[in-house]
Ligand binder design. Sequence first.
Ligand code: ATP
Length: 320
Amino acid sequence: MSSETAIRAAIPAELAGMVRSVSLRDGVATLVVDAGALGRSAAAQLQRELETAVGALEGVAEVRVALMAERRERRIVLVGSGKGGVGKSTLTANLAVALAGMGHKVGVVDADIYGPSQSMLLDAGGNKLRAEGQTLIPHQSEFGVSFVSMAQLIEGGRAIAWRGPMVGKALAQLMEADWGEAELLLVDLPPGTGDVQLTMMQQFKPVGAVVVSTPQDLALIDAARAIDLFRQAQIPVIGVAENMAGYLCPSCGEVSQPFGQGGAEAAAHSLGVPFLGRIPLAMDIRVGSDTGQPPAASEGAYAEPFKAVAAQVARFLESA
Ligand SMILES: Nc1ncnc2c1ncn2[C@@H]1O[C@H](COP(=O)(O)OP(=O)(O)OP(=O)(O)O)[C@@H](O)[C@H]1O
């Protein structure tokens, strides 16, 4: 058996597909490995396994593993709102789950420094920060969506008053986490048009932004401001989603409109951006959100509105 055949034979079968070439010279075995699909920790693990397997061979004094880790182009989609409390985080989590259900590999970056809530939305809270060196390891939710959150960087959920440079550093840590196979990152922005938004636009290149608004005038004025900011930064506005649209009373079956009706659709048209759909105000959505069970993961009636918005975002991504 040639020395190279012996090396190939020593490589565990499940890893063999990733090994592009092997060679042995003067006792040094060199393996070129395609680790493009792996995250940093999985690649390091692969390297260790190969070193152990090949290092045990007679005639091999040293193993060099060259990992070809093509940098994956990840697309970034922002989810923003002009005003707080309109359901931006709820929409982000459910959009991510719905897009994952459609086969996208999705990560969520909870960049809401004032009210990070993705841990609760996607995992009922309690998950701790994990890191390898400086690199954060996203938490894998049971819905096929991994996420990192400002909450994991903030001790005990304390509110923080970070300014520019600190925000930039924290945001970079979240964006540059070990995202593995994720091809799409949805970023849950804080409300308004502050430091996080500016840093995001200056340091990263989002492909588009979704703006969330409730139907009432006040929220719509703020949504228009958010749209204006994205436009100034030349970030395409994918569209406006209307949240807390109509309320179907579970007792009497009557639909009421606590925040008005159709306002976001009309505003989207007048601002010249697409309208992405309407999410009703519903107790089930609030309860699912508070218990780490995003409605988009279910087959229930409240999955549909989120899936419809996700389908529009997916269409945008196909053409972007
Ligand atoms: N369609 C809905 N029906 C019922 N409750 C909802 C709906 N959308 C959001 N909520 C609830 O409203 C509250 C605010 O939602 P969320 O945290 O998603 O808003 P936000 O815009 O991200 O707020 P923040 O300003 O804190 O970032 C949460 O308790 C959430 O469960």
